[in-house]
Design a protein around this ligand. Sequence first.
Ligand SMILES: *Cc1c(COP(=O)(O)O)cnc(C)c1O
Length: 458
Amino acid sequence: MAKKIPHRLYLTEEQMPKQWYNLRADMNIKPDPLLNPGTLKPVHVEELYPVFCEALAAQELDNTTRYIDIPEEIQEFYKMYRPSPLIRAYNLEKALKTPAKIYYKFEGNNTSGSHKLNSAIAQAYYAKEQGLTGLTTETGAGQWGTALAEACAFYNLDLTVYMVKVSYEQKPFRKTVMETFDAKVIPSPSNTTRVGTAILKDNPNTGGSLGCAISEAIEKATSAPGYRYVLGSVLNQVVLHQSIIGLESKIAMEMLDEYPDVVIGCAGGGSNLGGLIAPFMQDKLTGKATPRIVAVEPASCPSLTRGRYAYDFCDTGKVTPLAKMYTLGSSFIPSANHAGGLRYHGMSPILSRLYHDGYMEAVSVEQTRVFEAAVLFAKQETILPAPESAHAIRSAIDEALVCRETGEAKTILFGLTGTGYFDMTAYNSYLTNSMQDYIPSDEDLQKGFDQLPKVERL
Ligand SMILES: *Cc1c(COP(=O)(O)O)cnc(C)c1O
């Protein structure tokens, strides 16, 4: 090898980005606007104020400001756990006997065990600045709830977390971590809200879903004074905050004289992927480079690969604005997939638009193949990956294996979003051969599509 590239590259504090990058500014075709579900007209920023704090509502609707300053307090907070390392997967490459160069950006070096803290701290900051007293949210696998609990503890904000019931039961220690940071954790659906009570009445044994937990959290936020609701993915503001991942990655790769041929990320609601790809997608949108961009989703919850591009509610309770996105329908409740963070029915409207317009590819993978990749990666790279992240690993390995056949030395960059220490039930079921691959039939999906709202925009 001509030039020895270090295993781990960290930026210095001076090199860290001081602005987030807003991908929408460089999109010729913007994501379709959020619609008020009553009037079917694009929402005005004030209509979002009962739910979101004002600064975040403005970020949500901002399609034009290319760079947005990261407030200094947030920059300082970031320095406690950022920059995250860009790592060259030398050992994995060797194990795969591939000529490909594999890099990953590792976001698991904080207590939440994921990238979610990047947006949690921003959302808590703006809430505090507006003088709010508390926040509510949902959490699936628990990473978002944990990240937000950390952020709220930092800013002395109250926090109520509705946790999808299957995760609550599978991961009791997640709850304890959140409680350590003073969050109140409620399994969803619950009897603490009208929407939860109604869902339980129809379906008493449901394990819940993210969409349902969102409805509960919004109901609680809008009925308690001084409270607002915050969301850990899907929204434009979250993709904006997560651009820190891609901006750091791009600077680090430039220092190595590298540029990715392919950028890969797992996609639940699209926030880590949207953040990781942001500056590379910018190059693509502005004609500077043509990296391939790949979204990886579970075969059990295939919103990009098998969903519809349509207006839909962001939650099961149908209280949110309508977003145009790839969706399985807000009534879709996925199987109890172990990658809890990838069980959302929809997808970021930004990524949906880019995918629809051909700037991005998507693949879906089955659970057992994901865990096979997770275990191989853990043994080679010594990091125990989150099952969500392992979707990206699977796809990166598949790309590297293609390179082994073709002899091409491609540069692959993927997002390693987090660690899997709370996912031992899932690892155990893989290791004991009791894990099953669940793939919904076309009929299963049709039920979700049938309930899509009928939206004819004038
Ligand atoms: C939440 C989560 C995801 C999926 O969410 P996105 O918004 O699609 O990024 C992926 N990996 C980890 C570790 C997560 O916690």
